[in-house]
Ligand binder design. Structure first.
Ligand SMILES: Nc1ncnc2c1ncn2[C@@H]1O[C@H](COP(=O)(O)OP(=O)(O)OP(=O)(O)O)[C@@H](O)[C@H]1O
Ligand SMILES: CC(=O)N[C@H]1[C@@H]2OC[C@@H](O2)[C@@H](O)[C@@H]1O[C@H](C)C(=O)O
Length: 400
């Protein structure tokens, strides 16, 4: 047997496995690195988040990725170069993290890498006849494996699409295993660039469980800040939005998009919800005269409204539910207070109450997906055979 396969096989036989989960999200703040220890699998998964760090990206790197991110026309050579570059750069950042944590790479069994999404195109969004759901993450796993010497699983979204899904959100697979609780309806809300939530019914009926994107989380707010305050990446603590007042006509125009009417589960990205979309909405609502703080306040309210309307639809007739929030948007005080106001609840907790640091949740998800691919059994995610396919995801890269 090839020694790589032998090594992989021995990892699957271990009592516990150390897996590094990686996430590089749409806001391009940095690479989230979560070192997790797993025992068991499926609903018996036991996970300990041993270390977590966000390795910040340099401004140059952000600009490089932004030049090809979510754009229909790009420099194809740049895409090709960045695919290799990001793989090796992520490998380097992992080695730096391990060095900071005084952990030798040989003590890590597996890396689970999301890569960098550069284009997301579910069929409901691209409308190109005869063309499938599609999504593209770059930062090739072979480069990570060779750089670190650690077996790497990557490119998780393609199998989801191949099996009938839209490639996102994948959160349902991890949330169900790590956070379901019999007797309690739970909403796991992640406010990243795009916001999404998972509904976990208290009867644990997999036919009702799903994750769905709901629309913009931070992406439009971030893009607008970056346009008006070059060198600033986001509206820290909603300082700008809090100086403004939201505009009802602009809010209505922003909410007037067919995505919001689509049934769950569904997915979207900055390919749709971007500055051009905002400009169209301002034109439609004749609100081009608004001040920067007023637009920021409206974008903030837009994200909160999209989130709350989707949650209200998603929980259907369930009256009692708990919300656990994660993602960078949870640090935005105006967004959080509006979500509480619109849902009429004060009871929003974060996932640290469930044992997982909220900023680490998505990186932990990919580690969990890798653990299932290595040692998990078939789980029937039945919400819809097509949209939450029951598959194991990730491609395997060996270091040699
Ligand atoms: N103190 C804060 N005040 C306001 N917003 C904040 C604060 N801290 C973080 N954010 C927001 O959170 C964003 C980063 O969130 P996160 O890291 O969850 O996004 P991501 O993982 O890149 O996105 P996605 O989940 O869509 O891939 C920032 O760009 C910013 O908009
Ligand atoms: C295509 C893509 O990268 N989508 C991300 C993004 O960030 C949040 C939301 O949009 C979600 O759909 C997804 O990530 C999480 C980890 C998911 O798949 O559950």
């Amino acid at each position: 047997m090839n020694t790589n396969i032998q090594h992989l096989f021995s990892i699957t036989e271990k009592e516990s496995r150390r897996i590094i989960g990686l996430m590089s999200g749409t806001s391009l703040d940095g690479l989230d690195v979560a070192l997790c220890e797993f025992q068991g699998h499926g609903l018996n998964t036991q996970i300990t988040l041993q270390k977590f760090e966000t390795m910040p990206y340099s401004p140059d790197f952000k600009e490089n990725v932004k030049s090809i991110f979510s754009k229909r026309q790009v420099d194809l050579e740049k895409v090709c170069l960045l695919n290799a570059f990001i793989g090796s750069y992520h490998g380097q950042l992992i080695l730096e993290c391990l060095h900071n944590w005084e952990i030798d790479p040989s003590e890590v069994d597996i890396i689970a890498s999301h890569g960098q999404t550069i284009y997301h195109a579910p069929a409901a969004q691209h409308h190109q006849p005869g063309m499938p759901n599609a999504t593209l993450q770059i930062g090739d796993g072979d480069h990570i494996a060779v750089k670190t010497g650690i077996i790497t699983l990557s490119d998780f979204r393609q199998k989801h699409i191949a099996a009938g899904g839209e490639g996102a959100p994948l959160a349902v697979y991890g949330d169900y295993l790590l956070f379901s609780k019999k007797g309690q309806n739970r909403i796991l809300l992640n406010v990243g660039g795009i916001a999404n939530f998972t509904f976990l019914p208290g009867d644990l009926d997999t036919k009702k469980i799903f994750s769905t994107d709901v629309g913009p989380g931070n992406t439009l707010m971030d893009a607008y800040v970056q346009l008006h305050y070059p060198g600033t990446y986001y509206d820290a603590n909603a300082a700008i939005a809090l100086q403004g007042t939201y505009s009802q006509p602009l809010l209505a125009a922003l909410l007037d998009h067919p995505f919001f009417e689509l049934p769950f589960p569904k997915t979207t990205g900055p390919e749709v919800f971007n500055l051009a979309y905002l400009a169209q909405a301002q034109e439609k609502s004749k609100t081009q005269h608004l001040s920067v703080p007023d637009v920021m306040a409206t974008l903030n309210r837009f994200s909160a409204t999209g989130i709350c309307e989707a949650i209200t639809k998603g929980i259907a007739q369930e009256k009692d539910f708990e919300i656990f929030v994660s993602g960078g948007g949870m640090h935005n005080p105006l967004l959080l207070s509006t979500i509480k106001e619109l849902l009429g609840t004060d009871k929003i907790r974060d996932t640290s109450e469930l044992g997982i640091l909220p900023d680490a949740k998505e990186a932990v998800l990919f580690a969990t997906l890798a653990n299932e691919t290595l040692v998990g059994d078939h789980i029937d995610f039945g919400y819809s055979d097509r949209l939450v396919p029951s598959v194991h995801m990730g491609k395997i890269s060996f270091p040699s």
